[in-house]
Design a protein around this ligand. Structure first.
Ligand code: NI
Length: 225
């Protein structure tokens, strides 16, 4: 029953105006790139959302359950404005070091917290630190989650310099790429207006991960991209 309820909610949201704006973008025909942000929501996330709204950009946020408990209204706003929401566990552990039940708990508790905040349970998760293995993937399948990794990591958390982060994004940008950043890194938020501007100049359509994968779907227990 719970699962059916969740599916019904996500189908309703998939038909919302914010979501349909992106449905018109066909990444088979145009040059697409997905910007993804992990570890939020945080106090700097609203500045990113303001920028994305102004620039008509959609992004993907992999949220930490503990952070959603602190900032539920920011998570709600991101989902309502048409950004894709993923699960990034409750407490951000390295999953392969944990027992099965702990891993499932990290994922399922976060599903519930995000569902409560946004009205929508995620269909995808990203393992903290990118640490994963076949066991984690199978447990994610039990939680009805697809795994989403990346094609390029900007290392923004280590660079901590807006100019260097911008250069890193532009170096890693490629058609159908998925770039990993953090909305918890202030310099990333600071660099974003310049990044969006330059990527648009280079002809990129900035889309969510589900938009990028459209046609291939987003199957639980499967790792993307
Ligand atoms: Ni993380």
């Amino acid at each position: 029953m719970l699962i059916q309820g969740l599916l019904a909610v996500s189908l309703v949201l998939a038909g919302s105006p914010a979501a349909t704006t992106q449905a018109k973008i066909d990444c088979a025909k145009v040059k697409c790139l997905a910007l993804t942000f992990d570890d939020g929501p945080g106090t700097r996330t609203p500045a990113l959302l303001d920028l994305f709204k102004k620039e008509r950009v959609k992004a993907t946020f992999f949220l930490v359950g503990k952070q959603v408990e602190r900032h539920p209204s920011i998570a709600r706003r991101a989902a309502a404005e048409g950004h894709a929401i993923g699960n990034h566990t409750y407490s951000h552990p390295s999953l392969p070091t944990r027992f099965d039940e702990d891993i499932l708990n990290e994922l399922q508790v976060t599903q519930e917290i995000i569902q409560a905040a946004t009205g929508q349970a995620p269909k995808m998760f990203r393992p903290p630190f990118g640490h994963t293995d076949d066991r984690v993937l199978e447990l994610a399948n039990q939680a009805e989650l697809a795994q989403v990794l990346w094609t390029g990591t900007t290392l923004d958390w280590s660079l901590r310099d807006a100019k260097k982060i911008k250069a890193s994004v532009l170096r890693l940008a490629k058609r159908n790429g998925v770039l990993l950043m953090h909305d918890t890194v202030p310099q990333t938020v600071k660099a974003m207006p310049g990044i969006v501007n330059e990527l648009k100049k280079r002809g990129y359509h900035l889309v969510t991960v589900p938009t990028l994968l459209r046609g291939k779907g987003l199957e639980s227990g499967v790792s993307y991209p």
